[in-house]
Design a protein around this ligand. Sequence first.
Ligand code: GLV
Ligand code: MN
Length: 196
Amino acid sequence: ADPDPLQDFCVADQSASSISVNGFPCKPASNVTSDDFFFDGLTKVGDTSNIFGSNVTGGNVLTFPALNTLGISMNRVDFAPGGLNPPHTHPRATESGVVIEGQVLVGFVTTGNVYHYKVLTAGQMFVIPRGLAHFQKNVGVGKAFIITAFNSQLPGAVVLPFTLFGSTPSIPDDVLTRAFQVEEQVVESIKSKFSS
Ligand code: GLV
Ligand code: MN
């Protein structure tokens, strides 16, 4: 989904903060080394001790600057038993993924509100068409983890519980009571879990 590159590489210079462009400016090619093209971040097990029991580790342009202009990225998602990567969308990318360990329910919903889902085990792959709401849940007995891949250097994530109930400032209660057809206490109760 990202634009095509105009050179072999453009390792992001995250410190060039005075320049605003679509993406990041390149660090000078003379400063680029082999190390720039390798990233260890996805070797580490994410900390799943949070309300969802899951953790996304990003291998995107922010953590792996060599991805700048190349139009791809990956995540590692770890799950405690029962853990959920909550419903979210990626505005800039289609996602594919593969289960590395465990048993994972993967689901997404189309713009026509059709729910597609399957329980996957190690080696099995899935795809989430760009922009559609999706989740993964560990439905096995032990831990689980998956690797996901995106056709964007920075797919972005709109995480629905936080977007709707944890924004700053908060979306007015009357918007959410009307949207979800519930009483104000229900909205307040959900907001209390997600407001930061
Ligand atoms: C999983 O859905 C991910 O976005 O990495
Ligand atoms: Mn996703």
